[in-house]
Structure formats: structure tokens, C-alpha cells
Design a protein around this ligand. Structure first.
Ligand code: NDP
Length: 503
């Protein structure tokens, strides 16, 4: 395969070779199998990645296990683990433009988004988690023993890293997700095997080059590429992997949870969503209309918290859906290397088929297309920004995650109906409320069954704010102070003290 790919605007993108990072060294897969990687904007083959076998995954896990058990890693000062992450942050910052171009080539998103969102997040996350490395603290506990044996009892807890972490990541924010899994693992003293999505592995592999350059001890971060059903599953099944940190679909999350029961793995699952954007009658529509459009269209709707259901008070329904549709119609689709482009393609032909199928079924079930509802070009996996009106909770598209630039609008009459509809899906990831009435905003926020509620904004994720879902949207939280529970376990140490004076 070519090592450099030329793109419009003179952008030359360096593509990593089909190799995996195991025990600090680049290697090929033992079975010699590779997977073709395509540019979603042109459908051209741009690279190959290794399809790791069970044996490859086993080698990577053993390397991570050896590294975890090694005296050097166990004894490394927490601040020095933080320094490794800081060093990596500096290298990612140095190569940010290069990495952003590669993300755009592999995933399709506009370069400005890759550079200003994905790369910025990855750099911030490395620094944020680097800072956590020295914040692992336990508790001192006074006990109430059942019998008086003359001793005085005290206990303390210390937080221990869980061990080898399997980080399984999706294709919508590939580099950001890889960092989101590896950085807290390293900060808290775990070691990692990353398995990026086969649809978008390239920036994770480039991250591997920088991990070596930063001087991470061998085996502490390993990267295997390949299919979810074999390489991913092998990681989930491996007895030496103590925790799986997964982001992806609910169906795969459920499989992972079931498989993890056998080895009693810890899991954090960040899964799908069907998040409502709720526009109340008193909302400032100058904010709410662009806000609702921004909740669904960026990243071509491939965001787990995307506001894919638009619940609007009946009195302003037409104005809001027409306003969102107008914004959708005005968005420029095309190659992520064209600076005027606002939306790239969907990631794959499979995703294009899925989005097209769900929209077609929604229309068959009675939804009315206000804009979009079709492919946007013959070449490339482009899908038009779409607003469907007349949504009902019993439609498949009202219940299933679409993961495309598609919003289903429903008119709502009163607060009871809003509450009922907002919570009427199997998911519980996010929701936004648009209103000028702070009273209504907080009362409604308290009744929404989901992990994050935004008020007069949507899709704001912050490393300091816990993130995760209720119901089928997942298990556990990432980010914020909650993250320490995801990568460490408390160990209680109980002692009996003998008082020399009182016996
Ligand atoms: P998946 O959930 O299948 O993929 C996510 C990751 O899991 C990938 O690395 C995948 O590998 C891996 N994987 C798949 N099967 C297994 C398994 N049995 N054991 C371990 N790992 C596995 O998502 P898809 O790519 O199939 O996308 C389908 C839908 O999922 C989308 O339409 C969207 O609705 C949702 N999704 C949600 C995301 C979110 O952020 N919540 C992100 C991505 C998708 P590989 O891709 O190599 O098969």
C-alpha cells in the first residue's frame, strides 16, 4: 500500500502500515490476514490493517499482563505515569495537523472538526488524566468490633489498579475514544490492550508511534486491530483481562456484558442513545432552532448523544421544524479536505445502508420528510441532513439509534406528555431542554431518565463532568471524579493495635 495519500488542497496524508503494537514492538499478524480500509468520501482503498487472530490478542494480553506485574511498573511513581501522559500530550500536539488529516481521510469528518474537536479533546484528555495519576487516595476508617478482645481496631482502604484493561473503541471519534480508554488506565496504574474499530483504526496506530516515542515502558499500551467478532471477542474472553472499557452499540455492549460474566470482568459500557431535544413554548427560538440542528447534524449525526428526537410544543412546532430543516438544507456536504464543507460522509457503506433503511421504514410508517431523506451523492457514503415530521413513539425510527443526520420531530401538548415521550425509549443517554423558565427546566430535568441533561445547550461533554447512560445506554461512568471507580478497586486493610498502657 502507498504510504502517502494525496488529497485536494495539497494535503498529503501519511498512512500507517498494517502492523500492530505488541510489547513495545511493531509486528504483523500471525495469520497474515488484512482488512482493506476505504476513504468514506471517495470509496477508494487507502490502507490495510491487520485482522488480528486469537493468538495475536493472546500475545498482546500476555505482554500487558507482564508489564502490569513488572516491578518497574508497580514501583513507578504516580507522578511519573502522569508525566508519560503529559509527554504524549505534547507529541500529539506537535503532530496534531498530521493526525487530524489522517482522521479526516479515515473517518470522513471535515478537517476543521478533526483538528478542533477530536485532536483538541485527545490532547485535553491526556493532560486531564495525567493529572489524576497522583490523586489516588483511600480512607482511614474507625471500626466497631463485635467483641472486646482488648485490641483497638483501625482500617484503611487503598485504591488498586484493576489490572489489564481491554479498550474497545468505535469509529465516530476514533482517536479521542482511544485516548479516553488508555489515558485513565495508565494514570491509575493499569496496562492496556486497545482494539479500535476496523472501520477507523489509523489514528490509533499513529498514536502507537507516539506512545513509543514518549517512552512508555514496553507492554503498557498494546494495539491490536481487526474485527470485533474475533479480535474484540478474544479480548473480552481472555481471563487475564480484568476490565473492558467499551464504547459502541447496545447490541455489542450486551454481548460483552454476557461474555464478561464468565471471568467476572469489570465493564464500563458507553452505548447508544435516542436523546430528545425538548423545545418548550417559551424557548428563545433564536437559540433553540440552531441548537436543535446542532444537536443532530454535526459529525453527520454519528454521535451517541445526538438529539435524534425533537419534541416541540405544538404552538411553535411548525416554526421550529421548518427552521431546523432550513439549516439542514443549507449545510455543505463533501470531502472533509474542502474547507467550505460542513458535513462529511457516513463512515461506511454499511452505515449508509442502515441510515437509509431506517429512514425509509420511518416514512413507510407515516413520518413526513421535511428535508433530505436520501443519499447526497453517487460516490461516497453521503446522506442528506434529514428532518422527519409526524413522529410517533411506536415507529421503529423513534426507538432505534439511527447514527446519521436524521431527526424525528413530534409535536407535544403538555408537560405530562413531554415527560412520558422523552423517557419512552429503551435508552437513557442524554436530553436537552430549551426554555427561558429556570423553574420548568429544573423540574423537567429531574424527571428525565438519562445520564446527562443539558439546559439551553446540547452535546457539551467535559472531561470534568461524569458521562454515561441509564437503561440500555450503558453501565458506569467515564470522566470526572467517577473515573477513579472505573479503573481501580478499593482494598481494605484491617489492623489490630495493642495499646501498651490500657492492654
Ligand atoms: P459496534 O458496537 O459493533 O462496534 C464498536 C466496537 O466494538 C468496534 O471496535 C467493533 O469492532 C467492536 N466489536 C464488535 N463486536 C464485538 C464483540 N463481539 N466483542 C468485542 N468487540 C466487538 O458498532 P458498529 O460499528 O457495528 O455500528 C453499529 C451501530 O452501533 C451504529 O449504527 C450506531 O447506532 C452504534 N454505535 C454507537 C456508538 C456510540 O458512540 N455509542 C459508536 C459506534 C456505533 P469492529 O468494528 O472492528 O467490528
Amino acid at each position: 500500500m502507498k504510504a502517502m495519500i494525496e488529497r485536494a488542497g495539497g494535503a498529503a496524508v501519511r498512512v500507517p502500515a498494517a502492523r500492530m503494537l505488541i510489547n513495545g514492538e511493531w509486528c504483523e499478524g500471525d495469520a497474515g490476514r488484512v482488512i482493506a480500509v476505504h476513504d468514506p468520501a471517495t470509496e477508494e482503498k487507502i490502507a490495510e490493517v491487520v485482522a488480528a487472530s486469537v493468538t495475536d490478542v493472546d500475545r498482546a494480553v500476555l505482554a500487558a499482563h507482564r508489564a502490569f506485574e513488572s516491578r518497574a511498573w508497580q514501583k513507578m511513581r504516580p507522578l511519573d505515569r502522569g508525566r508519560l501522559l503529559e509527554k504524549l500530550a505534547l507529541l500529539v500536539e506537535r503532530d496534531a495537523e498530521d493526525l487530524a488529516r489522517l482522521e479526516t481521510l479515515d473517518n470522513g469528518k471535515p478537517y476543521a472538526v478533526s483538528r478542533n474537536v477530536d485532536l483538541k479533546f485527545a490532547i485535553d484528555a491526556l493532560r486531564y488524566y495525567g493529572g489524576w495519576s497522583s490523586k489516588m487516595a483511600g480512607e482511614y476508617i474507625q471500626l466497631s468490633p463485635l467483641g472486646d478482645d482488648g485490641g483497638t481496631y483501625r482500617a484503611y482502604t487503598e485504591r488498586k489498579p484493576v489490572g489489564v484493561v481491554g479498550g474497545i473503541t468505535p469509529w465516530n471519534f476514533p482517536l479521542g475514544q482511544a485516548v479516553q480508554k488508555m489515558a485513565p488506565a495508565i494514570a491509575f496504574g493499569c496496562t492496556v490492550v486497545l482494539k479500535p474499530s476496523e472501520e477507523a483504526s489509523l489514528t490509533t496506530l499513529r498514536l502507537g508511534e507516539l506512545i513509543l516515542e514518549a517512552g512508555f515502558p514496553e507492554g503498557t499500551v498494546n494495539i491490536v486491530t481487526g474485527y470485533g467478532h474475533d479480535a474484540g471477542q478474544a479480548l473480552v474472553d481472555h481471563p487475564l483481562v480484568r476490565k473492558i472499557a467499551f464504547t459502541g452499540s447496545t447490541a455489542t455492549g450486551q454481548k460483552i456484558l454476557a461474555s464478561s460474566a464468565r471471568t467476572m470482568k469489570r465493564v464500563t459500557l458507553e452505548l447508544g442513545g435516542k436523546s430528545p431535544t425538548i423545545v418548550l413554548a417559551d424557548a428563545d427560538l433564536n437559540l433553540a432552532i440552531p441548537g436543535a440542528a446542532n444537536a443532530i447534524f454535526p459529525n453527520s449525526g454519528q454521535i451517541c448523544t445526538a438529539g435524534s428526537r425533537l419534541l416541540v410544543d405544538a404552538s411553535i412546532y411548525d416554526e421550529v421544524i421548518q427552521g431546523v430543516a432550513e439549516i439542514g438544507r443549507g449545510l455543505k456536504l463533501g470531502s472533509g479536505f474542502d474547507p467550505a464543507v460542513q458535513l462529511g460522509p457516513l463512515v461506511s457503506s454499511r452505515q449508509l445502508e442502515r441510515v437509509s433503511g431506517l429512514v425509509a421504514q420511518g416514512i413507510e410508517e407515516g413520518a413526513e420528510p421535511i428535508c433530505g431523506a436520501g443519499r447526497a451523492a453517487d460516490t461516497g457514503y453521503f446522506y442528506q441532513p434529514t428532518v422527519l415530521s409526524g413522529g410517533r413513539a411506536d415507529m421503529r425510527i423513534a426507538q432505534e439509534e439511527v447514527f446519521g443526520p436524521v431527526v424525528l420531530a413530534m409535536a407535544v401538548q403538555d408537560p405530562q406528555e413531554i415527560r412520558a415521550l422523552a423517557n419512552d425509549t429503551a435508552y437513557g443517554l442524554g436530553a436537552s431542554i430549551w426554555t427561558r423558565d429556570i423553574n420548568k427546566a429544573h423540574l423537567l430535568a429531574a424527571e428525565l431518565d438519562c445520564g446527562t441533561v443539558w439546559i439551553n445547550t446540547h452535546n457539551v461533554l467535559d472531561l470534568a463532568m461524569p458521562f454515561g447512560g441509564t437503561k440500555l445506554s450503558g453501565l458506569g461512568r467515564e470522566f470526572g471524579t467517577e473515573v477513579i471507580h472505573a479503573y481501580t478497586e478499593p482494598r481494605a486493610v484491617c489492623m489490630r493495635l495493642q495499646d501498651p498502657v490500657y492492654g
